[in-house]
Design a protein around this ligand. Structure first.
Ligand code: ATP
Ligand code: MG
Length: 349
């Protein structure tokens, strides 16, 4: 559950401080639209912090997983480029980190088949995040690829033997599938062959589930997100329209007042302060004062990031070159792992 994952993240933070070299990080996003504040405080900031502390960072753009989403598929190239732009804007450095699209890494996708043989259909049926995404999907039925999304993700993570995955709370059930795949692979084939896949840990941030303007999980595809690339005016308008409650006095109480607490948290994260203190200061100012504070804090915090983003946006060729290089690096790594997996499963005729 969440509290166990939080405790584990705290342990890992200690290990990161003393021995960053033992970690390899893989994380990523589906190219379904511009990244938002939920991504930023949920995982992007952690990615950049890890990269900057010397940990090897791989970032996957999970483009195969959106082929069936009609609205996205028509603008896939543009969405992928926007994602790369968001990465550069937050500080992912392509000189040190590897940014790649999984469709361009055939050996990674080939791992999906042996990995699928390690999970049962009832296990796939139980995954709550897949259920939730299916419920929110505009489509009436779910594709086979969407159904096996968590196992595809196991291939995304294990191809490079990553042992740490900075994610939001919604990803915890998916990561459990990756751990199961690794454990079973090791038990059935790996141990005898001396090929061990790591069971990766999730790394949660202080904001593992940021809410959107409607009070649900902030999501690219639910129309409730504040994009990193939004203008200052757009940001102000979105925050003005955010759901709050009828109580005038502002407090920080995530359980009883999730929407208000979420706005307080957002301001606190941007200002680098304690949410309780922020709530106390707004006090009887009510939702209007809280929203003004949040708007100012978000816009100020994102200003340098937004400036970097527009500078990078001028050169699309540069974005594509970053991807080409990342794809080639990822394929070389995936070839090695696939070779080991084929040897371990004795399919290397
Ligand atoms: P979609 O609506 O297409 O599912 P999304 O906004 O949920 O998009 P994903 O690409 O599914 O974004 O998630 C990318 C990463 O960002 C994952 O690690 C996920 O846990 C994290 N993340 C997404 N939304 C939030 C959020 N609201 N709070 C914290 N982390 C989040
Ligand atoms: Mg999602």
């Amino acid at each position: 559950g969440l509290s166990a994952a939080r405790r584990r993240s705290a342990e890992i933070e200690d290990q990161l401080a003393t021995d960053p070299g033992r970690f390899r990080v893989l994380t990523g996003d589906r190219p379904t639209g511009r990244l938002h504040l939920g991504h930023y405080f949920g995982t992007l900031r952690n990615r950049v912090r890890l990269q900057d502390s010397g940990v090897e960072l791989m970032v996957v753009i999970a483009d195969y997983q959106v082929l069936t989403d009609r609205d996205v598929a028509d603008r896939l190239t543009e969405n992928v480029e926007e994602l790369v732009l968001d990465y550069l804007a937050v500080g992912v450095d392509p000189e040190r980190a590897t940014i790649f699209a999984h469709s361009a890494v055939p050996a990674l996708n080939q791992l999906l088949l042996p990995f699928l043989s390690l999970v049962s259909v009832p296990e796939l049926n139980r995954n709550p995040t897949v259920k939730d995404e299916i419920a929110h999907s505009r489509r009436s039925s779910v594709s086979g690829l969407m159904y096996v999304y968590p196992v595809h993700q196991a291939a995304d993570i294990l191809f490079c033997k990553a042992n740490l995955v900075p994610v939001g709370q919604d990803q915890l059930p998916h990561l459990e599938v990756t751990r199961t795949v690794a454990r079973r692979f090791n038990a059935r084939y790996g141990r005898a062959a001396g090929v061990l896949l790591p069971e990766p840990d999730a790394l949660l941030s202080d904001a593992p589930l940021l809410l959107g303007t409607d009070g649900g999980k902030m999501s690219k595809s639910r129309g409730n997100a504040i994009a990193l690339a939004a203008s200052a005016d757009e940001t102000a308008r979105l925050i003005r329209g955010a759901k709050t409650d009828a109580l005038r006095h502002i407090t920080y109480d995530p359980v009883a007042r999730p929407e208000v607490a979420n706005l307080v948290l957002l301001a606190a994260l941007c200002l680098g302060r304690d949410p309780r203190q922020v709530a106390d200061e707004v006090g009887d100012g009510g939702a209007a004062a809280l929203k003004r504070l949040v708007t100012e804090a978000v816009n100020e915090h994102l200003a340098p990031l937004r400036a970097r983003r527009s500078a990078y946006a001028a050169d699309r060729g540069h974005l594509r070159a970053i991807l080409r290089e990342g794809n080639a690096r990822a394929e070389a790594i995936a070839e090695t792992t696939l070779g080991e997996v084929r040897a371990a499963t004795r399919t290397d005729y």
